[in-house]
Design a protein around this ligand. Structure first.
Ligand SMILES: Cc1cc2nc3c(=O)[nH]c(=O)nc-3n(C[C@H](O)[C@H](O)[C@H](O)COP(=O)(O)O)c2cc1C
Length: 421
């Protein structure tokens, strides 16, 4: 039995067993699936989207970008719409889940296209006795205009529809507005959701994308009768984008205490810690479950527990948001020093990658020490960029070396990564 700490957390005023929820997607679309996930250790679900007018699904629905090492679900593209179950079926599933798993949390994701739609959807799903609704203003591949991401890019509509949904929600039903990443700045939309009465926001939905083109059919995946569309990218590739939006929202004075559920590319406990360190109090997961199944929750919760133990953290609140003060504007960087690389010649395998990258993509600061192609630094050329370390295939063969201050600069204590593993 893996070691587990207490991972309970408050999200938007709702007590959760842990912050890990199934994201609104195929991974949470009926009773059997979700009960299996709850038994495996997931804390809750954002139940698969219910639309005012369900779309007939296409076939196939998915595409995957081929990576360096074969098939890589880091870049997963889908063009899926809402739950294909009827509202009555979904209400029955959610009711039974609530009855059998009273400590687990259920949010129903919904999407309307008018004030009336949103009102009707909130009133309908609330009948299942759930904890809250998630307002999808973020789907990037709608069959109709003026829904999904089109709404999320328009703060006035975000506020209007959030207000309408909040008004329709019975007391105690939480309202979370789901943000689109297909926007330059998410803060105005998040503030609009807050002004409209949301209890929190979730981010991100998928990123508008085109992946590898098929070189015979001259279109991208999924290929639907010879055609494709710009549609949603998820998985590892979107995590850095999601982290950035989370950070910007959490650093905004109007949003710093506003609950955020983060989504995008969570595969491991390390991914989860990244989101928690930037202030998320809930984490949703889709693509990695589609690839590996619900069982990944065990690694996520035990890895997180061991890490917390090592760091001396008793509960999630001890470190949620801890990285926020350390993400600053580039204008605030200390720019008076550089850190030279140090080469461990015993570990060097003489592959020459550091030399090639430094010459062709850097500052020509490496020469060969000997015939075994071991690197030697040309100090006057080195700018301390550490590209050499980034391409080195041997762990800790290249590490931080001497800290060199600019002429005339006052030496000070510099904080840096001691190892480059
Ligand atoms: C196949 C698929 C279907 C999805 N369906 C929905 C949906 O119905 N409603 C919604 O709000 N988001 C939907 N999403 C977006 C996910 O909830 C999530 O925001 C996104 O995939 C990023 O998380 P991930 O990298 O863990 O997959 C879907 C994603 C995928 C891959």
């Amino acid at each position: 039995m893996a070691f587990k700490k207490d991972l309970s957390v408050d999200f938007a005023g709702v007590k959760c067993l842990n912050p890990f929820f199934l994201a609104s997607s195929p991974v949470g679309n009926n009773y059997d699936m979700i009960s299996k996930a709850f038994e495996a250790g997931w804390g809750g679900v954002f139940y698969k989207n219910q639309d005012s007018v369900p779309e007939h699904e296409i076939s196939p629905i998915f595409g995957v970008e081929e990576g360096d090492v074969g098939r890589s679900w880091g870049m997963f593209k889908n063009c899926e719409h809402a739950s294909q179950n009827s509202m009555e079926q979904n209400l029955d599933y959610m009711r039974r889940l609530k009855e059998h798993y009273p400590e687990h949390r259920i949010f129903a994701t919904i999407m309307g296209g008018s004030d009336e739609d949103w009102t009707n959807l909130v009133v309908s799903v609330a009948q299942a006795g759930i904890d809250g609704v998630e307002l999808n203003m973020s789907c990037p591949h709608m069959g109709r205009d003026n829904m999904g991401a089109d709404v999320g890019c328009n703060p006035a509509l975000v506020e209007q529809y959030t207000r309408v949904a909040k008004k329709a929600a019975r007391s105690g039903l939480k309202v979370i507005t789901k943000m689109t990443p297909n926007i330059t700045n998410m803060v105005p939309s998040a503030l609009a959701a807050k002004n409209g009465g949301a209890d929190g926001v979730s981010a991100i939905n998928t990123v508008k994308s085109i992946i590898d083109l098929d070189k015979d059919l001259f279109t991208t995946e999924p290929v639907v009768n010879g055609k494709s569309a710009i549609s949603g990218l998820s998985g590892r590739a979107v995590k850095p984008i999601s982290l950035r939006f989370l950070c910007e929202m959490k650093q905004n004075p109007g949003l710093k205490d506003f609950p955020i559920s983060s989504i995008g590319g969570v595969y491991t406990w390390e991914d989860a810690v990244d989101y928690l360190l930037l202030g998320a109090t809930n984490i949703q997961v889709c693509t990695s479950i589609m690839e590996y199944g619900y069982r990944i929750i065990d690694d996520i919760t035990s890895g997180l527990s061991y890490w917390m133990d090592e760091k001396g953290f008793e509960k999630l609140d001890d470190f949620i948001g801890k990285a926020l003060p350390n993400i600053v504007s580039p204008s605030q960087f200390t720019r008076t020093f550089k850190i030279h690389p140090a080469f461990n010649h015993d570990k060097c395998i003489g592959c020459g990658r550091c030399y090639v990258s430094c010459y062709d993509g850097g500052h020509q600061a490496i020469k060969w020490l000997d015939e075994e192609r071991r690197p030697q630094l040309i100090e006057e050329n080195c700018v301390g960029c550490h590209l050499c370390q980034k391409v080195c295939p041997v762990i800790n063969c290249i590490t931080p070396g001497e800290v060199v201050f600019d002429e005339g600069a006052k030496p000070e204590k510099i904080v840096y990564k001691k190892n480059f593993d």
